[in-house]
Each structure stands twice: as structure tokens, then as C-alpha cells.
Design a protein around this ligand. Structure first.
Ligand code: GTP
Ligand code: MG
Length: 197
């Protein structure tokens, strides 16, 4: 898919605001600062479509990005940021839960974890939680450029072990070197072929 036009359809908090479920969607979740916005920007080839920053916790809504009317990427707020209040944690949980529960055109969840470290407890919890929904889920290990090449194999093994998944569910990625950008696009293209009427 060669994306010609990308539009932010809506930033929604409530299911009533979601766009019509007529196009397949991919939900992106991950800890604050894991590189979600960078991931979207790099995949789509736009510098600053999704807002990137050094301040964690910027995104507070579900942001629906439309790619040529064929596929949508849904950017969720980052979780696990220590300074976030209990109330916003609850709000986040409710928002994600409502989306996962009701979204009939959700085809794939991409869980982004910081691939340059080992997954946190929050990451493992999130994966366990996602598994309860029975929606295909792939883990993207971001910032892999920070891992020395000589350590890639062992590091990936350690990551898989911590997450308790096999390698077919994991893709190391880098927004800096564009490692595995093509592989991720293959995945996106497959999802874009789904049709709704
Ligand atoms: P929130 O919206 O706050 O949850 O953050 P986010 O997950 O959208 O992260 P964002 O894309 O804003 O990136 C956070 C920081 O990590 C920025 O300083 C990015 O430049 C940096 N970063 C993102 N991806 C990579 C990567 O692949 N490699 C390296 N080295 N840095 C990255
Ligand atoms: Mg972001």
C-alpha cells in the first residue's frame, strides 16, 4: 500500500464518537514514550503527523488515522507513566476496554514495547489483558537501534521469554534505522485487504 492521503479522522474518548466501522482498524498500544507516534510517522512517511515529544503522556484520546480510506491506525494513550493520576488511569482502562469490547472492525492489535530494554510488568500485564479479547496481537519491539547487533539474538530471546510469546508474534523495529518497516507494512497490507459492508 502506497499511502497517498492520511487524515486524522477524530480524537475520540467515547464509542459514540468513533468513525463508522467500515474500514479495518489496527490498534496501537504501548507505554508512554515507547515510540508509538514515531512508529506511525515513520510507517506513513510523514514527519510529524502523530505528535512526538519527550514529555510522556501527551496523547489522551484514541486518535483514528485514516490511510486512503483503506485502513485505519488507532493511536491509544500511553500507559504506565508514573505521574498520571489514578483517575486518568481508570479513564484510560475504560476507554481501551470500551474500544476492544465493541469494535467489530478491529483486526489487529500492535503492542509496542521498548525493545531496547526488557518489557516492564505493565507491558506483560497489558499483553495478558489483550489476550483475553482474542484479537490477533503482535508485539513490536521499538528502539531496536539501541541494541548492539552482537546482542540482538540473545536480547530477542530474553524479550520473548519475558513476554511468554514465540518469535512469530514479535517484530524488532526502529524508527531511526527503519528496521523491519517493510515487514510491518506486509502485515498492514494484509489487514487492509479485509472488507466491510
Ligand atoms: P506518548 O505519546 O507520550 O505516549 O509517547 P509515544 O509512545 O508516542 O513516543 P514518541 O514517538 O513520542 O517517542 C518518544 C521518544 O522516543 C522521542 O524522543 C523519540 O524520538 C524517541 N524514539 C522513538 N522511536 C525511537 C527509535 O526507534 N529509536 C530511538 N533511538 N528513539 C526513538
Ligand atoms: Mg504519542
Amino acid at each position: 500500500m502506497n499511502v497517498r492521503e492520511v487524515k486524522l479522522l477524530i480524537s475520540a474518548t467515547d464509542p459514540k464518537q468513533y468513525p463508522k466501522p467500515i474500514v479495518p482498524e489496527i490498534l496501537l498500544v504501548g507505554r508512554s514514550n515507547v515510540g508509538k507516534s514515531s512508529f506511525i510517522n515513520q510507517l506513513i512517511g510523514r514527519k510529524n503527523l502523530a505528535y512526538t515529544s519527550n514529555k510522556p503522556g501527551k496523547t489522551q484520546t484514541l486518535n483514528f488515522y485514516d490511510l486512503d480510506g483503506k485502513l485505519r491506525l488507532v493511536d491509544a494513550p500511553g500507559y504506565g507513566y508514573a505521574k498520571v493520576s489514578k483517575a486518568s488511569r481508570r479513564q484510560f482502562a475504560q476507554m481501551i476496554d470500551a474500544y476492544l469490547k465493541t469494535r467489530e472492525n478491529l483486526e489487529l492489535v500492535l503492542l509496542l514495547v521498548d525493545g531496547s530494554h526488557l518489557p516492564t510488568k505493565d507491558d506483560v500485564l497489558m499483553l495478558t489483558y489483550l489476550k483475553t479479547y482474542d484479537i490477533p496481537t503482535i508485539v513490536i519491539g521499538t528502539k531496536f537501534d539501541k541494541v548492539p547487533r552482537s546482542k540482538w539474538q540473545k536480547h530477542e530471546r530474553d524479550l520473548l521469554q519475558t513476554l511468554a510469546i514465540s518469535e512469530e508474534y514479535f517484530i524488532p523495529f526502529s524508527s531511526t534505522t527503519l528496521l523491519n518497516k517493510d515487514l510491518v507494512w506486509e502485515l498492514l497490507n494484509e489487514v487492509a485487504l479485509e472488507e466491510y459492508k
